[in-house]
Write a protein that binds this ligand. Structure first.
Ligand code: FES
Length: 652
């Protein structure tokens, strides 16, 4: 035909349209991702485009200079009021007259990409559950008696093609004033289902609402609760915050919380109330930090282990404390925030990722979403180390999962000088294999101990103990320096040639730091410390090894260490200890808080929720407790690095 040709970049979508067709209309018909909140009324400016001129050999078009360059009255008015960059036009106002190439800038795309911080990680494509639309509602008429809500729904259907919208009492109460105040024009926040039955009206603002709405991604751990507040329009993290889980007073680890609920009538309810109070504290803290109204948070995604999952929604975790570890439900959950007494927007929705198994929770599912072993070409082992290690092994053909009870030793508990990772904790250690003398670094200081200035720097932070990564490094370094045999026994001063190997009980200990002269602590690594770490690392290794057995491999292509702890341990030391299977060191990476990242992906992209639900159904769950091989692996894995497994890469 002779109709003008329009080509959109970067999508490359093209088509011919009669002269006079608005660019936004053409974009919609071609399925080009061009945003619009006001539906083409020249109010929202979300539809901005940049016409391009010149020759586009690639597209077979030459665009005349100046075509589409003139602002119309609506745009001129918009520009005077709010500003519009030269060369930009509003897609709803610009009309196609001649052949034209039109660029849609990233900020005008609905499904824009949000870049994640790590270079190797994929971008998040925006597809949030909440969408804002501006509608013109018909005024009431004595001759056609209908309710305001019905006319609003009709407007949503005719102007936005959004059908079957549901709302609740809270919306009904605000509807009439909003419609009248806005002179029958309102902005509506809609929750677009996301696996739920119908789109829901979340909020109504009179006239055009210029602001944004927010979502929050929460990693609900048994020790800490971390949250990212995200702008649901841009996908940006506007604030991050964390608190200690106040349930700690009912027990340090998960099992002690399960037993608290067993021993105390109503104990589960008490813990449920406590964690919800903690969450509400966190919400107001993060809203204050971001300087936003807390009620603008309309969507929340939670990831957590099964016990926290049940306690959050108000289910006694009793069954999770005993075989066969039955979950109340393993499926994902979509709930109302107010049913959980959470102070967000009154209609806010909550999404909980599915659990993989009774031991492997929604946090592991979030790690799977973030690290995507199911999309990996090579065989990847993903371990999230906490008091329970969640282990995933697989590639695009199959993925297996298990959990292994590592206990709290990696977090510095059960260690004589152990402590949580906090300023003053020794986090890095090196032992000179000749002199057997240590040098180390504490959290809060960037100076190694035998360099000048160290004394000053510890005067500010102090030295208080060793954290999890420090204990792993010191034990691995002791093994490398010959202070420790493969069974984990520390030699005497005579055997090792180091005066730092001092008698302690019936064995020996390695004196890492003696600050007693200055009133500080005396920090030693004792045989019971090493024993505790041996148990923890053997549990981790045996879990991984069991999954390798199931797949029938002796090696993995790469290892991803997830979790805050994973971010701090050195691959070399983890391998010297035999925590993880032998693997080229450069193939061992840290994913940081992968569970938190998974929560953020699910928050910003509702398709990812469907994706992980499907992935979790396909993951093969392995229960370590019923596998006789697990015990066998465990016994061998207690040695450093291992009694029978070869670590060839380590040797070289
Ligand atoms: Fe809102 Fe164009 S669509 S200004």
């Amino acid at each position: 035909s002779n109709d003008p040709l329009v080509v959109f970049t970067p999508s490359g979508k093209r088509g011919r349209f009669p002269a006079g067709t608005p660019v936004l209309t053409a974009a919609r018909q071609l399925g080009v991702d061009l945003d619009s909140v006001c539906g083409g009324r020249g109010i929202c400016s979300k539809c901005q485009i940049t016409p391009s001129y010149g020759e586009f050999a690639k597209h077979g078009v030459t665009v005349q200079d100046g075509a589409l360059s003139e602002w119309n009255k609506v745009e001129q008015r918009y520009k005077d009021k709010r500003g519009l960059i030269d060369g930009r036009r509003l897609g709803c106002q610009a009309k196609i007259e001649t052949d034209v190439v039109i660029d849609v800038p990233p900020e005008s795309q609905v499904h824009k990409q949000v870049v994640r911080k790590r270079a190797e990680a994929r971008d998040i494509v925006m597809n949030p559950s909440i969408r804002l639309v501006y509608v013109d509602v018909e005024e009431p008429d004595m001759h056609k008696p209908t309710g305001d809500l019905e006319r609003l729904c009709e407007a949503l259907e005719t102007q936005w093609d959004i059908k079957g919208v549901k709302s609740d009492l809270h919306i009904l109460r605000s509807l009439q004033p909003a419609l009248r105040k806005g002179a029958w024009k309102v902005t509506v926040a809609l929750h677009l289902g996301a696996g739920e039955l119908a789109p829901r009206i979340m909020h109504i603002w009179p006239g055009y609402y210029e602001g944004t709405v927010y979502g929050i991604a929460i990693d609900l751990g048994s020790t800490t609760i971390a949250a990212h507040l995200c702008d649901l329009k841009s996908g940006e993290v506007v604030a991050s915050s964390g608190i200690m889980n106040p349930q700690i007073r009912f027990g340090e680890d998960l099992m002690s919380r399960v037993s608290y609920s067993m021993m105390n009538k109503g104990g589960d309810l008490e813990m449920t109330r406590t964690v919800r109070e903690g969450l509400n504290t966190l919400f107001s803290q993060i809203a204050t930090e971001a300087e936003i109204d807390q009620t603008l948070i309309m969507d929340a995604v939670f990831v957590c282990n099964p016990v926290m999952h049940h306690l959050l929604i108000g289910i006694d975790p009793f069954e999770l404390g005993q075989a066969p570890f039955a979950l109340a439900t393993a499926n994902s959950l979509a709930l109302d925030a107010r049913d959980l007494d959470l102070n967000l927007h009154p209609a806010a929705r909550i999404y909980l990722l599915p659990c993989i198994a009774g031991h492997v929770g929604a946090d592991a599912a979030a790690v799977a979403l973030s690290e995507a072993p199911d999309k990996s070409e090579d065989l990847v082992l993903v371990v999230d180390v906490g008091t329970n290690a969640e282990i995933l092994l697989g590639n695009k053909d199959r993925v297996l999962a298990c959990s292994s009870p590592t206990g709290p030793a990696f977090e510095g508990a059960q260690i004589s000088s152990g402590q949580r990772a906090a300023p003053g904790a020794i986090e890095r250690v090196e032992i000179n294999p000749e002199t057997k003398e240590p040098r180390f670094r504490v959290i809060g200081s960037d100076i190694w101990s035998d360099e000048q200035g160290f004394a000053e720097s510890i005067a500010t932070t102090g030295i208080s103990g060793i954290c999890g990564s420090g204990i792993i490094e010191v034990i691995a370094e002791m093994r490398l320096a010959g202070l420790l045999d493969a069974s984990g026994l520390i030699g005497s001063a005579e055997q090792t040639g180091s005066a730092r190997c001092v008698p302690e009980g019936r064995t020996h200990a390695y004196l890492l730091w003696d600050g007693t002269a200055e009133g500080g602590p005396r920090i030693t690594v004792t045989n019971p410390d090493i024993r505790a770490i041996q148990m923890a690392k053997a549990a981790l290794y045996s879990g991984a090894r069991l999954l390798m057995d199931k797949i029938g491999v002796d090696t993995v292509d790469r290892v991803v260490l997830a979790g805050a702890f994973g971010a701090h341990i050195s691959a070399k030391h983890a391998m010297v200890l035999g925590m993880i299977p032998d693997c080229p060191l450069e193939k061992v990476t840290s994913a940081g808080n992968a569970a938190g990242t998974g929560a953020r992906i699910a928050l910003l992209n509702t398709d990812a929720r469907r994706e992980i639900e499907q992935t979790v159904r396909e993951i093969e769950k392995i229960e370590t407790a019923v596998e006789p091989r697990f015990q066998e692996h465990f016994v061998n894995a207690s040695a450093i690095p291992n009694a029978i497994e070869p670590f060839p890469i380590l040797k070289s």
